[in-house]
Design a protein around this ligand. Structure first.
Ligand code: GUN
Ligand code: ZN
Length: 444
């Protein structure tokens, strides 16, 4: 039997090519109402109008997704795989939530088989929700990282993850030391970074659970391996910020604790940033670091409303991606997360358009993770990770959004409107299929 390593997909396509927070939306997106995507060896070979391209690819097998919109795979810039089973834990804000629910759950991840089992469930959940890449906290145990990466590798996913560093203010069963965290992280970087599609992130949990010595060791590793990531939490909760000020009396503020350890740079991703000062936004901008905006988590833990308009200002622009932050976040769905982001914007008397939200979930996330050369849209040469969206996945959404197909296409304004309703009301039911490197990885 002949196998084809070249294949085509016919559908409507919408992808971001520039940032709609800084330019007119029509200049930031490509829209092909009846489009053809050609994938060869897992990468995008061509995307254009079906009418223009079809004659060139008559021999190529085409999968037809009529009445579906294909977008680039969603990128979740902050999530914890060991917290999968403790999603929706009742009643606490950050610090009490950590000690009551999170630490006892993460303890289970010293068991490699258990970590493997949850990794598999977690990755199934991501794919079912159209998320194709994520920046992931593992647990403090190196075997939890091995289990996660093995499972991601088996599925050919582009994933970034790392072992949590914490050497104080946590139960003994979860702490490492400044020295052991350095040694173990180094071994894991050597084993996993750039292995197939996998990438490593040095992952101190947050300033409260690391000594200055551990943070400087993390900085030392980052200097030794400049193309790995730094992933941590920053300025999420008021009590947390106060505790950091007490623990690091010499620092100018929370971000400065990380800055002094050499942890703030272009490949640094900070989750939350709800309580950041203007000076901290300016420093993040200057260093080209990124923020993971985690709206469902910030509301669930009562942390506050992220100032997206500050991050997206022209004076101090900061790279931003969307993060679900499961298990403090309440959904794996980037659609639900975008809906929460819209509501946060509303509560701050701001707007967040459908295209801006889609940008954050795709190209914005790729930029936050310095992966724009590989992911974020369907430009030629990029890895063909994409999502087939059903804009009419429930009876009420089918009433709200009129049907479309090749002979009856939506205008750009209509696609924006239907996408908005899908972001606001949608969930995993709207994900018809998820493709990884051009291969189906999930299908309803
Ligand atoms: N800060 C330190 N650890 C965590 C965590 O696990 N979740 C959240 N949301 N914030 C944190
Ligand atoms: Zn988190």
């Amino acid at each position: 039997m002949q196998t084809f390593d070249i294949k085509g997909f016919r559908a409507s396509f919408l992808d971001a090519i520039a940032d709609p927070f800084y330019a007119p939306e029509r200049d930031c997106f490509r829209y092909f109402p009846d489009g053809l995507l050609i994938v060869e060896h897992g990468k995008v070979k061509e995307l254009g109008n079906y009418a223009d391209l079809s004659a060139k690819y008559v021999e190529v097998p085409i999968t037809n997704y009529s009445d579906r919109l294909i977008v680039s795979g969603f990128i979740d810039t902050h999530i914890h795989f060991p917290q999968t089973e403790m999603i929706a834990a009742y009643g606490e804000q950050l610090l009490e939530w950590l000690s009551t629910y999170t630490f006892p759950t993460e303890r289970k991840f010293s068991d490699r088989n258990y970590a493997q089992k949850i990794s598999s469930i977690f990755l199934d959940e991501l794919l079912q929700n159209g998320t194709t890449t994520a920046l992931v906290f593992a647990a403090v145990f190196p075997q939890s990282v091995d289990a996660f990466f093995e499972e991601a590798q088996r599925r050919n996913l582009r994933m970034i993850a790392g072992k949590v560093l914490m050497d104080r203010n946590a139960p003994d069963f979860l702490t490492d030391t400044a020295e052991s965290s350095y040694v173990e992280t180094k071994q894991l970087i050597e084993k996993w970074h750039k292995c197939d599609r996998l990438l490593y992130a040095i992952t101190p949990r947050f300033a409260i659970t690391s000594t200055s010595e551990q943070l400087s060791n993390a900085g030392k590793l980052l200097a030794e391996f400049p193309d790995v990531y730094l992933h941590t939490h920053l300025s999420e909760n008021i009590k947390e910020v106060e505790t950091v000020a007490e623990l690091f009396p010499d620092s100018k503020g929370y971000l400065d604790v990380y800055d002094r350890a050499g942890l703030v740079g272009e490949r640094s991703v900070f989750a939350h940033g709800v309580q950041l000062t203007d000076a901290e936004f300016a420093r993040l901008s200057e260093t080209k670091a990124a923020i993971a905006f985690c709206p469902t988590s910030n509301m669930f833990l009562g942390s506050g409303l992220f100032k997206l308009e500050k991050a997206k200002s022209t004076e101090t622009p900061v790279k931003v991606g969307l993060g679900t932050d499961v298990g403090a976040g309440t959904s794996f769905s980037m659609l639900r997360t975008a809906s929460a982001a819209y509501q946060v914007a509303q509560l701050r008397s701001q707007k967040l358009s459908a295209f801006q939200a889609l940008f954050l979930a795709t190209l914005g996330g790729a930029r936050a993770l310095c992966l724009e050369d590989k992911l974020g849209n369907l430009e030629v040469g990029k890895e063909a990770d994409f999502v087939v969206l059903n804009l009419r996945s429930t009876s009420i959404m089918a009433l709200r959004n009129k049907p479309f197909d090749e002979s009856n296409p939506l205008t750009l304004a209509e696609v924006s409107d239907q996408l908005f309703a899908t972001l606001i009301m949608g969930d995993d039911r709207a994900i018809t299929a998820t493709y990884i490197m051009g291969e189906v990885a999930y299908s309803q």
